[in-house]
Design a binder for this molecule. Sequence first.
Ligand code: HEM
Length: 148
Amino acid sequence: MIEPSRTPAQLHREQVQRDALRIGIDEEYISTLVDTFYHRIRQHEVLGPVFSDAIGPGWAPHLAKMKNFWSSVARNTGRYSGKPVPVHQKLTQVQKHHFCVWLALFRQTLIDTAPTPQAVDYFMLRADRIARSLQMAMFDRPGTPADC
Ligand code: HEM
């Protein structure tokens, strides 16, 4: 049987998903990561109030959105199509050093839950990069290094 031809974008997407799966990253793990991370965020002394003031009591839509976000970032699924920069720019309570706290908590959550050590590095590489660009859009002129 002749296989229907796939576009370069589809082939790339399949390759990304195979690479992620090889180090244990699938939708089930992404769901666990997001649930565990935001459970910790909500209990966090500094970040908890920042999030609850913005999100309020109904966390389900935020968790669903963040699962789609990480699915897109880690597995190239295209499930998230929002614009994080303007969303964060509206969060007037967020201070620059909060990003260091966020990244440290994200790293610890990965260390505690990730299926492989490579999965920790895989997510942190992407989280660091996105955090830097959000931080720059919110606080800095281009070229200023992140402070953590
Ligand atoms: C100081 C660190 C951070 C704080 C306090 C923060 C806070 C928040 C809050 C409160 C929301 C919900 C806004 C709303 O629905 O009104 C949100 C949304 C979001 N955050 Fe963050 N965030 C931080 C860092 C990050 C980082 C590092 C990433 C990515 C690696 C990220 C990705 C997102 C995304 C994708 C959304 C959804 C945006 C949308 O509505 O489409 N955030 N964040």
